[in-house]
Write a protein that binds this ligand. Structure first.
Ligand code: XUL
Ligand code: CO
Length: 482
């Protein structure tokens, strides 16, 4: 009997589904409030009260605190090497991970069901998420955020409608930013939609190139409107899956034309932010054109784009390209291109972009050595392009992850400052190259030593004495600062 009833209900559901009635019922009344929220969400879809009611404003308590919701190393106003910690670090929350990350992976469904989400991608939902974002930023006590156009506002049926959706959400973001919170950077998402399957600026389809240009134009306009300090290009699909069907030279030429047009448009609208390219070697494409800092620097040099564009180095991208984060930071820095850091780390055993919060103090210290040598990152900063693990599902985990990432970099800053103030590491390096401080060394470095002269000297001096590199001593000095 029970079985019969179930069968009957099943048949009715199937029938309704066939008639598209079920989806009609769902679509007819787009949800604007979570079903189980009771009084928290009113008719006009505005959220009442706090999004993070149990979380206080995060304060500095110092290293001896056992409270997970305080800073132990990051003390925003404290001065290190003549600059406040907050000005060295310029932290930013990445909207896409913190507010659009669902925990889904290629093998599993979403695991995060934040209380303010209603399962839709409506404008009302986008606005509510934006409010959650700013409450999060305020409670965390950071001053900056970053976004992709499509993660803050839903696609419409046409580009005009999509732009109007974006404008509506951006207007709210502008209001919520007030005069305290800044947009570190905005960017256009040119990788999710199927139209971008061959790339945006490097697509084989001219109409897609045009669509990508229109999307970037709009994203630059809203970034400018929000007072953005930078604008980022991450070419997720600007690369190839096979060289057999790809005209690499033509695609790279197109990418350069695209960036030239962006530089021109930036000037036209009076946007003074820095344009940044974010290198990544692969994922989702087999080969991405902006493989690493050196490849991207060469691309900029070849196409005469140096001066107009800098680099946003992401640690997990650097390690995917076979370098350390420190290597890519130094490569960017010595080329005068270090503009911003996407702060995260990968996993030594997993071969993809795991986007984890950095917790390795040694790595953070090396990162901060580069940042200090660069004189800081401004107008760039540290954007937490990092996400919770799929299995971390509490709202407080969002706070704990950011606090831990911020404390790690703050600790790196303190350690790097210690190393610089102590001076023994710099002295070790200086000594190592001291033979170039001689008269002939100075001539070599000035480009005034020809081969004939050097041959004469080599014969006169005989077999050179070669000193130890002192690597273990360097490692010992470095460790002593951690
Ligand atoms: C992807 C990545 C992006 C960029 C912005 O690996 O890092 O989120 O930072 O498009
Ligand atoms: Co990134």
């Amino acid at each position: 009997m029970i079985l019969e009833k179930k069968n009957m209900a099943g048949r009715i559901l199937l029938l309704l589904l066939c008639m598209n009635v079920v989806s009609f019922i769902v679509n007819a009344a787009p949800q604007t409030c979570p079903a189980d929220l009771g009084g928290k969400c009113s008719e006009d879809s505005e959220w009442e009260g706090e999004f993070f009611p149990g979380i206080p404003k995060i304060k500095y308590e110092g290293p001896s605190s056992k409270n997970p919701l305080v800073y132990k190393w990051y003390n925003a106003e404290e001065e290190i090497l003549g600059k406040k910690m907050k000005d060295w670090l310029r932290f930013s929350v990445a909207f896409w991970h913190t507010f659009r990350g669902t925990g889904a992976d290629p093998f599993g469904a979403p695991t995060k069901f934040w209380p303010w989400e209603d399962g839709t991608n409506s404008i009302a939902m986008a606005k509510r998420r934006m409010r959650a974002n700013f409450e999060f930023i305020n409670k965390l006590g950071v001053d900056r955020w970053c976004f992709h156009d499509r993660d803050i506002a839903p696609d419409g049926k046409t580009l005009e409608e999509t732009n109007a959706n974006l404008d509506e959400v951006v207007a709210l973001a502008k209001e919520l930013q007030g005069d305290k919170i800044r947009l570190l950077w905005g960017t256009a998402q040119l990788f999710m939609h199927p139209r971008y399957m061959h790339g945006g600026a490097t697509s084989s389809e001219m109409a897609v190139y045009a669509y990508a240009a229109a999307q970037v134009k709009k994203a630059m306009e809203v970034t400018h409107y929000l007072g953005g300090e930078n604008y980022v290009f991450w070419g997720g699909r600007e690369g190839y899956q096979s060289l057999l069907n790809t005209d690499m030279e033509r695609e790279l030429d197109h990418l350069a034309r695209f960036l030239e047009a962006a530089v021109a448009y930036k000037k036209k609208i009076g946007f003074n932010g820095t344009l940044l390219i974010e290198p990544k070697p692969q994922e989702p494409t087999k080969h991405q054109y902006d493989w690493d800092a050196a490849t991207t620097a060469n691309f900029l040099r070849k196409y005469g784009l140096l001066g107009g564009i800098q680099l946003n180095i992401e640690c997990n991208h650097a390690t995917l390209s076979g370098h350390s984060c420190h290597h890519d930071l130094e490569t960017a820095r010595i080329n005068g291109l270090l503009g911003n850091i996407d702060a995260n780390t990968g996993d030594p055993q997993i071969g993809w972009d795991t986007d984890q919060f950095l917790t390795d103090i040694g790595e953070a210290t090396m990162v901060m050595l580069s940042v200090i040598r660069n004189g800081g990152l401004a107008p760039g900063g540290f954007n937490f392009d990092a996400k919770l693990r799929r299995e971390s599902t509490d709202v407080e985990d969002l706070f704990i992850a950011h606090i831990s990432g911020m404390d790690t970099l703050a600790r790196g800053l303190r350690n790097a400052a210690k190393l610089i103030e102590d001076g023994s590491l710099a002295e070790l390096v200086r000594k190592r190259y001291s033979s170039f401080d001689s008269e002939i060394g100075a001539q070599i470095e000035a480009g005034k030593a020809d081969f004939e002269m050097l041959e004469k000297k080599a014969m006169e001096w005989g077999e050179p004495k070669v000193a130890s590199a002192k690597q273990e001593l360097a490692e010992m000095i470095f460790q002593s600062a951690l």
